[in-house]
Ligand binder design. Sequence first.
Ligand code: C2E
Ligand code: MG
Ligand code: MG
Length: 559
Amino acid sequence: MLNILVIDDNIADVHLTHEMLKEGLGTQFTFSHASEVCIARTYMQNQTFDIILLDLNLPDSIALDTLRELRQTHARAATLIMSGLQDEALAVQAVQSGAQDYLIKGQINSQALSRAIRYAVERHRAQEQVTHQAHYDHLTGLANRGLFYERLHYALARCHRNDAAIALLFLDLDHFKTINDTFGHESGDQVLKTVAGRLRKCIREVDTGVRMGGDEFAVLLDEVVSVDDVGTIAERILNLIAQPMVVLERELHITGSVGVTIYPWDCATAQDLLKHSDTAMYRAKAQGGNNFQFYTAGMQSSPLDRTTINVELRRALTKGEFLLHYQPQMDLRTQHIVGMEALLRWQHPYQGMISPMHFIPKAEESGIIVPIGEWALQTASKQAKQWEREGLPVPPISVNLSARQVHQRNLPAVIEQILQTTQLAPHALQVELTESFLIHETPSTLAMLRDLKAMGVQIYIDDFGVGYASLRYLKTFPLDGLKLDQSLITDLDTDMNNAAIVKAILALAHTLGLKVIAEGVETQTQADFLAEHACDAIQGFWVTPPIPAHESRQWLTAA
Ligand code: C2E
Ligand code: MG
Ligand code: MG
């Protein structure tokens, strides 16, 4: 049985079409007719059609726009264009825009029409299968990110045309990672499927439910008329998700957090629509989860406020948004690479690459630097081992430790564990502690450093030379070396005092048997000065800025 919808304002043509169909298809079809696109839309909300016969000359629409809209909101139906002779060129364009075929009115008979319909439906099904795979998430069957962007694009165009509004609901499950970690991926997948099914129940066919990736979902609501309506839907979604679900014979209670933005009321661009919904979603998380928040302008000014940034950082960690770049350290005498510093980067989904300067202080405040730092240790060690396995000559890899990490009693145990799992030799790992840490030392931190040292891990003092008071600690601690702070290097060429200080530090460090690495070396003159005074290694833009892991490889081969 074929469900056929004819959109045509010419009643005589419609009758003719109906007669031909009866002749060609017998009783094997249902026939609906709309004289305008807006009427067709209401039909389509309540019924699915296999094929739409679309007249190119309609009173309330521009043909190609209509076609694109149909393709997008009712992709399940094949489309056959019925055109007059005079708009054949347009009909060709229509086929290029996704219609299956076109027929010239007055040149067809019942046989040709029914055959064209059958072919169109078949061809469309085949196309559908291919595009379905490319457009839908295979686990949940929801639209994927790609299709979402496509739909968003058309929805925005429609908004402009009709002076309408759309809403984006951004949903992230609360504590999904815990579920995954505790009950396994199979359970996690089941949860995602169930959530997707529930999401589908909350929205109309014209709306788009999306799996954005991981445990992130989105809903694009079409034709929004009031904020209240959107709120109701958000609430319905949250309530339905919060219903207990049975997953692999276990009852689970999942909740979600939703951020909502309405276009064009809350934002001016598609990009902002996404960004704001995300911001609002973080806010909902910060409120403890299981709630929804509308985006408000105030949120934008403080996306990095304390509660939000912690949620963001935690999320970044679970979503794998952190990465390490590496900066080689070069021996001035031999020109060999004698070390690689791992430097943290945050690849934020909307804000792009964020420098550690912007988030490490906040991460330290909240303590989330501890798991982040562990991640960095683990990742850098894994990377070093990987390079080693590729047969590259790998110098020690240097990882920054925050004071918070150093005050964790179990740090040596954590590092030992990481070395064990990654199988990296202890002497291939260097840790960098800041000078301030030395000033606030306690007996237990000293013991901790001795433990690390005993394991064979090398210890460097970072940013050395900013607070000179710590010079005297150099003897007390089991150190391997220090890194001259960038501020001392920067005006080495012009500031005689700095030059004297650097010389003095180099001499003192060498007397104590410590290596010295100069940081932030940007010019030949600086490098020359450091070489002249027997600085062991330099690190800085003059050699290379920090670079992604895959680009670092070439520095290792050069070593
Ligand atoms: P840092 O450990 O002193 O790292 C050196 C910083 O100087 C890096 O900044 C590096 O990109 C930058 N730099 C290198 N060569 C030059 C140069 O020639 N000129 C200039 N102007 N800058 C240069 P980055 O990567 O932004 O890191 C900033 C700080 O964030 C680091 O300073 C470190 O204290 C901290 N950090 C980075 N990764 C981690 C991490 O995994 N854990 C912890 N706790 N802190 C980290
Ligand atoms: Mg460092
Ligand atoms: Mg430094």
